[in-house]
Design a protein around this ligand. Structure first.
Ligand code: COA
Length: 176
């Protein structure tokens, strides 16, 4: 892996800021990963809503232009996406998605580590995120990386609840 090291990661995976020509690849990661992850947990309507809201060309283009999207690239293929933003005095990890066939190889950890390093470099001490209730795989992943649950936000109107988590970056970015 080029910007970060992970014993489990394919050495040829590159973690970098997304460019304009990553747009289709990033959207494809979003669509494929959302369907596989959320349809069994939250149903097809939630998937359709999320893709229409957060994975349109406009939404992803705006995030790429703002420099807030990172991609994991293997060869010519985008296989992972992370987006982040600043809200109040902390950084929010808005998206972290790795293609289902690529899980468990250290790619999500590498994307998360890069977001943490950028947050620390920009002078932030806290990284927050939310995952939907029932996404136990993501919950385990974040706990392993030092996040603690801070609140559960009711979804309402048939939407799943959101579990908010936070991590103190005061000691620097993740080394795991
Ligand atoms: C959560 C996610 C980003 C983690 O990315 P990843 O590349 O699989 O994570 P890593 O390989 O760095 O870490 C794997 C760890 O996560 C867990 N894990 C998650 N999915 C796994 C899988 N399919 N196979 C093996 N381990 C998995 C394990 O606890 C593993 O721990 P280990 O290193 O002790 O074996 C990825 O699984 C994903 O995209 N999930 C679906 C989308 C999602 O839920 N995103 C989070 C939205 S809030």
């Amino acid at each position: 892996m080029s910007t970060t090291d992970s014993a489990k990661s394919p050495a040829s995976v590159q973690i970098r800021t997304a460019r304009g020509d990553d747009l289709s690849g990033a959207i494809s990661v979003g669509h494929r990963t959302w369907l596989a992850t959320y349809e069994p947990i939250a149903g097809p309507e939630y998937v359709a809503m999320g893709l229409a809201k957060w994975w349109t060309r406009d939404a992803v283009t705006a995030s790429i232009r703002a420099g807030r999207t990172l991609v994991a690239v293997l060869g010519d293929e985008v296989i992972g996406v992370a987006t982040h933003g600043v809200q109040d005095d902390h950084v929010v990890l808005w998206k972290l998605y790795v293609l289902p066939g690529q899980h468990g190889k250290g790619i999500g950890s590498a994307l998360l580590r890069e977001v943490e390093q950028r947050a620390v470099a920009a002078g932030h001490r806290t990284l927050v995120l939310s995952h939907i209730a029932g996404n136990e795989q993501a919950a385990r992943f974040y706990v392993k990386h030092g996040f603690v649950t801070t609140q559960v936000e009711k979804g309402g109107s048939g939407m799943p609840d959101s579990v908010w988590m936070s991590k103190d970056l005061g000691n620097g970015a993740d080394a795991t």
